[in-house]
Design a protein around this ligand. Structure first.
Ligand code: NI
Length: 391
């Protein structure tokens, strides 16, 4: 039997293990940088398998497996954190923690990578080089990936692979796409300062609300009139804070929102223009405008085209491969792909017959668990074959 067939066979045999682990993590979700229990289980499992353990990024774990032979280094990544959502599924493994839920599938990511840890340890004698398993904390707005890169864990890595279970793809479909897959993300906040007064005497005040409306609309003209229409870009205003009553013009208005693109130059252009418009327009309307970014930029996740081709070839015996749509959602996996060539794979988990139809971050999000063994196989096949080809 070829090593690839052996990997697939071992992954199938681990199906119950992976599902059990996923359910256990699902019952005890932990928010970003609080993944104490989860990472404790990870460390325990990896230690039993003979991995060298490094703690990183507060609650993160890097496990290293040295193969028998010399060679390159490949990294496999799973994120571990949950979301502040009250679960609405009625399943035996429902979240036991009020207000917290694994609604993005990171419970499955951790379980699938633990499955791969077992397979890789078992085929260690055939591994040319080293495998680094990255169990990352704080993906949901915590930039956990960035801290792991800053800790130097990507410095010697020749390729990095990650998987996200994906509600938009039917169960078992393996989504491989070269180039930009997920968007860059920024958060912004603007403040327009005018002069408050009586709503019936607008001429005696400087109304910041009408100015804020205009600025919000002007942002959309950056998208439709200034950015190349073949470059997807989104500016969404998601929060508006102003005023106290129907008859008072307030002193100021605050608006929050997000910017998404697939291209860092487009992103930089949009940020510059938003700042100019906010300050310039507010100023011309006798207000003071302030534009600030509220979080560190998450770069777009760009899949290396050679690795995508490699992935399609190596995974073709495992399941049906499709090219998934791009999405303007963001993933901090991009901090790794900035540092080393990377491939982020989407694994379909949608199953209408089983009522598994809810999107990520929904209180009824769930997954078809019968495909989770495939995640362990994907990780193992990619790591083993990449190192073999690299040697
Ligand atoms: Ni996620």
């Amino acid at each position: 039997m070829s090593i690839n067939d052996e990997i697939i066979k071992k992954a199938k045999e681990l199906e119950t293990y992976v599902v059990d682990k996923r359910r256990d993590f699902h019952m005890y979700p932990e928010l970003k940088f609080e993944e104490e229990r989860t990472s404790g289980i990870v460390v325990n499992e990896l230690e039993n398998l003979g991995y060298e353990i490094h703690r990183t990024a507060k609650t993160g774990v890097v496990g290293i497996l040295e193969g028998e032979e010399e060679g390159g280094t490949v990294a496999l990544r799973a994120d571990m954190d949950a979301l502040p959502i009250q679960e609405e599924n009625n399943v035996p493994y429902k979240s036991r923690i009020p207000g917290k839920m694994h609604a993005c599938g990171h419970d499955a990511h951790t379980a699938m990578l633990l499955g791969a840890a077992k397979i890789l340890a078992e085929i260690r004698e055939h591994i040319n080089g080293r495998v680094k398993l990255i169990f990352q904390p704080g993906e949901e707005g915590g930039l956990g990936a960035k801290y792991i890169v800053e800790d130097g864990h990507l410095d010697d890595v020749n390729a990095v692979f990650g998987i996200h279970v994906w509600a938009d793809l039917p169960a078992g479909i393996i989504g491989v796409r070269e180039g930009p897959l997920l968007a860059s993300a920024d958060g912004f906040k603007i403040k327009i300062n005018g002069k408050g007064g009586h709503a019936a005497a607008p001429h005696l005040s400087i109304d910041p609300i009408t100015v804020a409306f205009d600025i919000g609309n002007a942002y959309q003209k950056i998208i439709t009139r200034e950015v190349n229409p073949l470059q997807p870009a989104v500016i969404s205003i998601t929060r508006v804070i102003a005023g106290t009553a129907f008859n008072i013009i307030p002193e100021d208005v605050e608006m929050w929102g997000t910017i998404r693109t697939f291209n860092e130059k487009v992103r930089d252009y949009i940020v510059d223009r938003m700042k100019q418009i906010t300050e310039g327009y507010a100023n011309s309307m006798r207000c003071k405008g302030e534009f600030t970014l509220t979080m560190e930029n998450i770069p777009p996740t760009i899949n290396d085209s050679k690795l995508a081709e490699f992935g399609r070839e190596v995974l073709k015996d495992l399941g049906k491969i499709e090219k998934p749509d791009q999405t303007l959602g963001a993933e901090d996996f991009s901090f790794y792909t900035r540092k080393a060539p990377g491939l982020f794979i989407l694994l379909g988990i949608r199953n209408e017959k089983k009522g598994i139809v809810y999107p990520h971050h929904h209180p009824k999000f769930n997954m078809d668990e019968s495909v989770l063994w495939m995640g362990s196989a994907i990780h193992s096949l990619l790591a083993y074959n990449f190192l073999r080809e690299k040697k």
